[in-house]
Design a protein around this ligand. Sequence first.
Ligand SMILES: O=C(CO)[C@@H](O)[C@H](O)COP(=O)(O)O
Ligand SMILES: [Fe+2]
Length: 226
Amino acid sequence: MGVSPKIAPSMLSSDFANLAAEAKRMIDLGANWLHMDIMDGHFVPNLTIGAPVIESLRKHTNAYLDCHLMVTNPMDYVEQMGKAGASGFTFHVEVAKENWQELVRKIKSAGMRPGVALKPGTPIEEVYPLIEGTTPVEMVLVMTVEPGFGGQKFMPNMMDKVRALRNKYPTLDIEVDGGLGPSTIDAAAAAGANCIVAGSSVFGAPEPGDVISLLRASVEKAQATT
Ligand SMILES: O=C(CO)[C@@H](O)[C@H](O)COP(=O)(O)O
Ligand SMILES: [Fe+2]
């Protein structure tokens, strides 16, 4: 499988008051991406950060900022996120059923990499047209918890979705998000996930760098045996 592992600490579990230092710490410890959870208090019952914080962080790092937009109107944020310096813009399929083609086009024109996310209750078939369209998304984020909060329990039954995607799209970036850590990574890696978001398991560990290395090793091992 030719899809490289990307380990993406979720900065939602970091010390937001020291975001630049936390970002540098994660990159220095071997993270590939920084996962930024943007929540509007409407699509999910939590409110986090937006483009102004991405813009501030961008002044301190050239890392890939993997932005996960848990918002009801993703179109409203494309331009400002692009200007702020976001690298990836992942929207939820549940709120883009009518306008995903225009949305993906705009994300690309704004210089970002488009991704689509789906909630646990959303069937995987709903994202297939977005991967197969003329302007396709470049990543699928399979939520392994209900979106809204860090620190929740991994849902192993979501691995059926990851397996179905990997069988159909051998070179697609497939991200898993929610409850990933040393006890759950092997299931996700075996199913075919290569982009791994981990918040509480990384930031809550005495040695976050060890967790990052373990997550990567698990993905590499699973890839070597498929
Ligand atoms: O998108 C989300 C939550 O909605 C995630 O990115 C979480 O922030 C992951 O945190 P952990 O489950 O790894 O603690
Ligand atoms: Fe996320």
